[in-house]
Design a protein around this ligand. Structure first.
Ligand code: PLP
Length: 442
């Protein structure tokens, strides 16, 4: 018996022993196509020699130096590269060990920024239903995924949630996508006014919603309107690109597509590509200087922030993404994946929506395409598709999400950026057989 405390306590999953390109290999020798990069992590695939060499070199030189005493060359190098490539005036980079640490740090930085500006009455964070910002208690309070939150309630109280920008379900037949986006954004202004126009610290959102919804991009104009509303009321805009950033959508940062610059940007997953645990919070010069000229100390920190080996991996991953032209590749290949999914599932009676950007794609499962009625949650369709796909040698990321209170099933795909056209065929074929075997019995 193993003493590991597994995610699901009833069964230990197979043991992974190796990774080669887009495939993971278990102890029995079985190969799995990593069609979701775990959870949108392994963007370069497995066993990339350049990343391995960068890690080995760094660990040989300096494995750890506490940031209370030292900076390190890879941490500075990665921060400089991120700042040089980030949109707008996102200028300072706070390196952490993962996504929840990045969002948690963002929440605290936003609060401290307002306090140091003399606005301590700003106490509310607004986020969206059907979102996920991490599993620490602050990040969980920001997230709008009910099943993750409910057993930990009451969570931090000063968090509220407006509707997601969710065109497939929430757009009315009598409005264009743009009009819908403006209406959805208006909910933010209404909520700010309800709370008091100088009471809100920040608004937090994923530009393309990942795990809770299955690659749902904001409609055109939505984030621009959100930016305007935030500016009007002095509310900071925090964009969570933990899943959708680092080239995943075909742009280095997802918000590049929307041409919107947040005040704080959170990244993780693809930043280390799974080679090391690393995340980052980027903030504007203005936020940084407010702290610098105020207390001079961000009241936050974890032991492993700015970890030299993790930073060396992050720098090597970012270099690979840029030098290999991967965002551009993902844009082109993402269209091919989209076309293949539409060809296979476009007429499927239980697939209501196919969506996403780049190599971040989602399929939404429904009982009825006309009414968009969800499948009976007790059927656990997403979980069964995950299992059937895994047995067929495909790792994908099906989840039951919440659609403004209703449970719905979707499948998320986030393959490595090196996925070939033939491998797109493999993903679609295996997914189709998994979905077919599960839905046959529905
Ligand atoms: N934010 C988003 C959008 C995520 O998808 C996730 C993880 O799935 C997180 C934050 C939390 O990241 P981590 O699991 O690395 O703590």
């Amino acid at each position: 018996m193993s003493h590991v405390f597994p995610r699901h306590t009833k069964a230990l999953p197979p043991m992974a022993v190796g990774g080669e390109g887009c495939y993971l290999i278990d102890a029995s020798g079985k190969r799995y196509f990593d069609g979701s990069g775990g959870a949108a992590v392994s963007c370069l695939g497995h066993g990339d020699p350049e990343i391995i060499a960068a890690i080995q070199e760094q660990v040989g030189k300096l494995a750890f130096a506490h940031t209370g005493f030292f900076t390190s060359e890879p941490a500075e190098g990665l921060a400089d590269m991120l700042a040089a490539n980030a949109p707008g005036d996102l200028d300072r980079v706070y390196l952490v060990s993962g996504g929840s640490e990045a969002t948690e740090a963002a929440i605290k930085l936003a609060r401290q920024y307002h306090v140091e500006r003399g606005e301590p009455q700003r106490r509310h964070i607004i986020a969206r239903k059907q979102s996920y910002h991490g599993n620490t208690l602050g990040a969980l309070a920001a997230g709008g995924n009910e099943w993750r939150r409910e057993q930990f309630a009451p969570l931090l109280v000063n968090f509220s949630h407006i509707s997601a920008c969710y065109e497939y379900v929430l757009r009315r037949a009598d409005e264009s996508a743009f009009e819908y986006g403006q209406r959805a954004a208006q909910e933010l202004e209404d909520e700010i006014l309800r709370l008091g126009e100088d009471s809100v610290i920040a608004f937090m959102a994923e530009p393309v919603v990942g795990a809770t919804a299955g690659a749902v991009p904001a409609v055109e104009g939505y984030l621009k309107r959100i930016r305007e509303i935030c500016d009007t009321y002095g509310v900071l805009l925090i964009l969570d690109e933990v899943m959708c950033g680092m080239g995943r959508t075909g742009y280095l940062f997802a918000c590049d597509y929307d041409d919107v610059v947040p005040d704080i940007l959170c990244i993780a997953k693809g930043l280390g590509a799974g080679y090391q645990p690393i995340g980052a919070m980027l903030c504007t010069k203005e936020i940084y200087e407010t702290i610098e000229n105020g207390s001079g100390f961000f009241q936050h920190g974890h032991t492993y922030i700015g970890h030299p080996v993790a930073a060396a991996a992050g720098r090597a991953v970012l270099t690979a993404i840029l030098e290999r032209g991967l965002p551009e590749r993902v844009r082109v290949m993402g269209e091919k994946l989209d076309a293949a999914l539409r060809e296979e599932f476009g007429q499927h009676p239980n697939i209501g929506d196919i969506r996403g950007r780049g190599f971040f794609r989602g399929l939404e499962l429904v009982a009825d395409r006309e009414t968009k009625e969800v499948l009976d949650p007790s059927l656990r369709t997403a979980a069964r598709i995950k299992k059937a796909a895994f047995e067929a040698g495909l790792i994908c990321y099906p989840m039951s999400g919440t659609r403004d209170g209703r449970n719905g099933d979707h499948v998320l795909l986030a393959p490595p950026f090196i996925t070939t056209e033939a491998q797109i065929g493999e993903i679609v074929e295996k997914l189709s057989s998994a979905i077919g075997s599960v839905l046959e019995t529905v």
